[in-house]
Design a protein around this ligand. Sequence first.
Ligand code: CTP
Length: 484
Amino acid sequence: MIFDPQNIILKKIGNAADESGYRIFVVGGYVRDLILGVIDNDIDIMVLGDGIQFAELIAEKFKKPLDAVYKNFATALLNIDGYKIEFASARKESYNRSSRKPEVETAGLNEDLSRRDFTINALALGLNEDNYGILTDNFNGYRDIQDKIIRTPLDPLKTFDDDPLRIMRAVRFASRLNFKIDDRAFDAIKKMKDRLTEDKVVSQERITNEFLQILMTDKPSYGLDLLFKSGVMDTIFPELSALAGVEQRKEYHHKDVFYHTLIVVDNISLKTENLWLRFAALVHDIAKPRTKKFIEGTGWTFHGHEELGARMMKKIFIRMRLPINKLEYVEKLVRMHLRPIPLAKDDVTDSAFRRLAAEAGNELEDLLILCRADITSKNPDKVSRFMNNYVLVEKKIIEVQEKDELRNFQSPVRGNEIMEICGLKEGREVGIIKSKIEEAILDGEIKNDYEEAKKYLLDIKDKLLSSIMINKSKPPRLKKSAGS
Ligand code: CTP
């Protein structure tokens, strides 16, 4: 099969390989994505022989220094025209194990491909003139791309044992590409899941990085559910798997919080690419298992789960090595996720809205996105009623904020100008006139605009001044004496 990568840089690198007698191939994600019709800027080039020496040669040809050289991994990095090109010697060693055993044994093309994670990533595209664009596909990776299957080239137990991070990668690719993980591989994941966290073979940062990538896929519920069903979730994020399950007592049952959460995450993912807002959706009910109570005559309650959930965040952030500067944001959204609900009633005071807006601060918009995503009822009438409630809440907040903006404002016609127009000296009168203008704006008689305010002042000035003067000249009222 022939695929023209139609990439001038690759053609040039291929020519250089021919001139210097190297055999080279594009491998990995670039080939997979090319077949899927996706353009990729990360290119992995496998070199039969010394990858670093070949990279140096190419760097010279493009008159650019290498951007990085990793001697232990026999790889080098070169950035050219927005492409990130990694040159690596073909090797027997699989990827991350090499951090424990750094010497990389060089190998031939087939051996290198067989030690890769999945058949869809074990494809190689020739770059030399005699095999330019010809696909080497020893493990039916092309067919698996067509069939949307994640399969390992070797026995999956071996592939995952070589590098347990591949357990996470399998789920990430399945979720990103909407592929199925084949049964043997999935069984191996179930068996090997504890290798992920055992002996520190894989760093927490890498696990978390894959986890967050799963959360950033279009439909994260797919990957999250695979993590759950394989038992991986229990290993890497037990607080989430603890959300699963339904308990029934008498006629009362509560919904399965794990599956509710998955719907909330999918809902929010339709609205936002903000990873931390998606994360907040993922953990918004995290404390429900810990706060669950059965109350006779009422049923199941989860009082205070929002506050406890917020408090659980710090430990989770530290354990998962999540960026601490996002902690406060996630805590705030978890803590406040129920707050807008009761504000949809008619008799709610302005100050309740003012308090919500003030506490949510810049996160108000995100909070309302979360609240809307949290509506997972299957009853369309309920959904539209709840959605509408948030429209009302939003409207009310805007109204109150607009009013508040007006409260804090000052008359657009300033004191000096008032004195000049009215022929007044500094004093109480100027203040009276100024607040008269401000009242007219607050009452909606005139717009909050300089021209309108000035015209209004000119219109009312004479009447106002004479009433001020009359009041001034009136003798002071006598206070009523006590008892009269
Ligand atoms: N690889 C592997 N095992 C790993 C990591 C990587 O076998 N744990 C191999 C795969 O062949 C993969 C290639 O190295 O295709 C490049 O890895 P990477 O850049 O991490 O992934 P890509 O497949 O390029 O995918 P992405 O789109 O996520 O970059």
